[in-house]
Design a protein around this ligand. Sequence first.
Ligand code: Y39
Ligand code: FE
Ligand code: FE
Ligand code: FE
Length: 235
Amino acid sequence: MNRTDESTAAGAPALDYRSETYRDAYSRINAIVLEGEREACANYLALAELLPDHADALKKLSAMENRHFKGFQSCARNLEVTPDDEFARRYFAGLDANFQRAAASGDIAACMVIQALIIECFAIAAYNIYIPVADPFARRVTEGVVKDEYTHLNFGQQWLKDHFEAVRPGIEQANAQNLPIVWRMLGEVEDDAATLQMDKEAIVEDFLIQYGEALSDIGFTTRDVMKMSARGLAA
Ligand code: Y39
Ligand code: FE
Ligand code: FE
Ligand code: FE
């Protein structure tokens, strides 16, 4: 390996956060994050409507997502990047349509699986892998955000656990329908993520740890967790 003193401990070349290449990839990854945060903000408000008993807590989660959105907007401004919102809307269209359909039919379990389990685990995995390679400004922002995302995951996890017997088939169905979409989404931005020195396999691994821990806490057996996590993984 031809390492210079500008390379990192792992041997990867030093990132030039200001380069055209980095900022071009960032215009898509940051836009995805912004679209995700925007939708998460709306999704928790939709859940507040569906769960009046938890409305106050859910509105607080929604407000946190709105702060995340603003934080990541400042990360783009800091690097003078214009997020590719068009790309991001298309990117999230499948998951968003499934959430909207579930919300419209009052399927709270599916809403919880899509937003609070799958999307939150996706966020946690992506942010954990991003933090060590982020520019110093974005690193501070993301460190604050990822703590909140664990709170969001825990909220959905607790609700699904409290209703496990009733919602078990709904969780399995929502998992089967939405997990393959997430694996596809990850594949779609693999190259842009690599430009940011975010390794796809590392994101998958972190996702599987968070998601598996959540499912087993909710009440699934190890065998269930394995089956459910593998849905669409190799596709
Ligand atoms: O709960 C939340 O805040 C989640 C909406 C945010 C998800 C952000 C998705 C990030 C995907 C980045 C992909 C990098 C490879
Ligand atoms: Fe968030
Ligand atoms: Fe969140
Ligand atoms: Fe946990």
